[in-house]
Design a protein around this ligand. Structure first.
Ligand code: F6P
Length: 343
């Protein structure tokens, strides 16, 4: 067979591990060829292709980013986008395409499969861990470890200066990174998009810490958190192909409010893309490898329209539509565990 593979959406540690696994399994064990489509859905739409061999995918297991590069291209926003993809599958004699991505990339794959018969298998990725129908996505563990380490570092400065330090982490609609990272880093309060913000609760928690003689505290906030139900107007030209806008800045806003209300010096640190960069953790390398191997098997068994998925400790597969109809928001039982340590 000739297998195509692409990586779409925000990059994520572990993408190269999936590519390597797909190539190794397909070439060595099925005698297939693999080609990479560059820059997400732009690749198959514009026919941007590169061969992938055992040699060219060596020594990439531990590399962050993606050797295929990525983009947030939505072919449904382009003239004859879906049709061009189908034509380029034929031009390159592709028997099966493996799309590695989050909700947007998998959403496109689902539509192309249903409406245009694209022979596609999906692999879920996102540092946000907000994709449905899988317990975890690779990249999340790496991001959480980066957040935990950053909070450890913030602790020492907070303590040395008697400061409140606010740490803004990624998580547009889901608070998985904030909650896991915050628990791992020993945060004194965690704000997530799933819970309405009550500033007085944060202020009380900080005051409690200080009242028992600890003159510093750490607050973690997910980038998607809104204060006072604010709903900023978004201009159409600021939206990407999938209708998303650039967000960020809640950490600074929150720090200002907390300083005013508590009287303690408060600063904010935004971790931003640091959370998506660098080498994947061993957990993510293993998960991405298992996903890649399973996806290659699905492709060779011609089980199209499926997405690989972690269920408990087992890698299985589900219809891709199950993953894209709604987001997997934070398990509020986990938030209850975090709350034990507030204040
Ligand atoms: O979906 C992953 C993610 O890292 C989100 O947490 C974040 O809001 C978004 O991507 C940022 O995307 P970009 O790098 O395109 O600005």
């Amino acid at each position: 067979m000739r297998i195509g593979i692409l990586t779409g959406g925000g990059d994520c540690p572990g993408l190269n591990a999936v590519i390597r696994a797909v190539v190794r399994h397909s070439v060595k064990n099925f005698g297939s060829e693999v080609v990479g489509f560059l820059e997400g859905w732009r690749g198959p739409m514009e026919n941007m292709v590169m061969p992938l061999t055992l040699r060219s995918t060596e020594a990439i297991l531990n590399r962050g980013g993606t050797i295929l590069r990525t983009s947030r291209t939505n072919p449904f926003k382009f003239d004859r986008g879906p049709e061009r993809i189908i034509e380029n599958m034929e031009r390159n004699s592709i028997d099966a395409l493996i799309a590695v991505g989050g909700e947007d990339t998998c959403g496109v794959a689902n539509r192309l499969h249903k409406e245009y018969g694209l022979k596609v298998v999906c692999v879920p990725k996102t540092i946000d861990n907000d994709l449905n129908a899988t317990d975890f996505t690779f990249g999340f563990d790496t991001a959480v470890n980066i957040v935990a380490e950053a909070i450890d570092r913030l602790h020492t400065t907070a303590e040395a200066h008697n400061r409140v330090l606010v740490c803004e982490v990624m998580g547009r609609q889901a608070g998985w990174i904030a909650c896991y990272g915050g628990i791992a880093g020993g945060a004194d309060f965690i704000l997530v998009p799933e819970k309405p913000v009550v500033i007085n609760q944060v202020v009380e928690a900080i005051k409690k810490c200080h009242a028992r003689g600890r003159d510093y505290s750490i607050v973690v906030v997910a980038e998607g958190v809104k204060i006072d139900g604010e709903n900023e107007e978004v201009r159409e030209e600021d939206k990407d192909d999938f209708g998303h806008t650039k967000i960020g800045g809640i950490g600074d806003k929150l720090a200002k409010i907390l300083e005013e209300k508590t009287g303690y010096e408060t600063r904010a640190t935004t971790l931003g893309h640091v959370q998506r960069g660098g080498s994947p953790t061993a957990f993510d390398r293993v998960l991405a490898t298992r996903f890649g191997v399973h996806a290659a098997e699905l492709a060779h068994e011609r089980k199209f329209g499926r997405m690989v998925s972690l269920q408990g400790s087992e890698v299985k597969d589900v219809p891709v539509e199950d993953a894209v109809d709604q987001l997997k928001t934070l398990d509020l039982n986990l938030y209850k565990v975090a709350e034990v340590f507030f204040g």
